[in-house]
Design a protein around this ligand. Structure first.
Ligand SMILES: [Zn+2]
Ligand SMILES: [Zn+2]
Length: 186
């Protein structure tokens, strides 16, 4: 391991979570990994759902190769609901057991598009979402499905913040490039 290399470039590849440092699920901090026992320059700070007791943090490498999921019988996204029928079991397995999860206000879930799990791009608010009208349209459609009036929906969308009490979670389709999002609150 070269000490002059850019360490973030050395993170394992997560096809469904391409930049877990940017999303906040992995932090640049020295950890002794609870799985491999090695001192690593990055640690995973997202959720770990496991039946076994696990002390300390995991390194991203043990998530990527499945060793942490195997050793601790762990998944990194709690419940995988609403999986479309055309998504392969392999994709579901990779998201659950080999992909860093993320922390939402409520139970997190992964979004899908074009028959595959989508890439997670992090928590976002109204200002970040402004770049992604397709994601806003999806949020608006979901909210309008309920009992909300149109002004209430627009007010809710404007109030979304990355770090506040109502947050959206942004995903990007790996196939067509569409952005999709869902939201939750405290
Ligand atoms: Zn490790
Ligand atoms: Zn798509």
């Amino acid at each position: 391991m070269s000490s002059s290399a850019d360490e973030s470039g050395m993170l394992p590849t997560f096809v469904y979570h391409p930049d877990p440092v940017a999303t906040g699920s992995v932090v640049r901090a020295e950890v002794v990994c609870a799985c491999c026992g090695q001192v690593r320059p990055f640690g995973y700070v997202g959720p770990v759902f496991t039946a076994e007791t696990m002390d300390g943090r995991l390194c991203p490498w043990c998530i990527a190769d499945g060793s942490a999921a195997g050793r601790f019988d762990a998944v990194f996204t709690d419940v995988y609901w609403s999986v479309p029928a055309d998504v392969s079991d392999e994709a579901t397995e990779v998201v659950l057991r080999r992909t860093p999860g993320f922390s939402g206000w409520q139970q997190e879930h992964w979004l899908h598009h074009c028959g595959d799990a989508a890439e997670f791009h992090g928590p976002v608010g109204a200002s970040e979402l402004a770049e992604f009208p397709d994601a806003i349209d999806r949020l608006r459609a979901e909210l309008s499905d309920g009992m909300w009036s149109s002004p209430a929906v627009e007010g809710y969308l404007r109030a979304l913040t990355r770090d506040g009490q109502t947050t959206a979670y942004l995903f990007r389709c790996r196939h067509c490039g569409a952005h999709v999002a869902y939201s939750d609150s405290t």
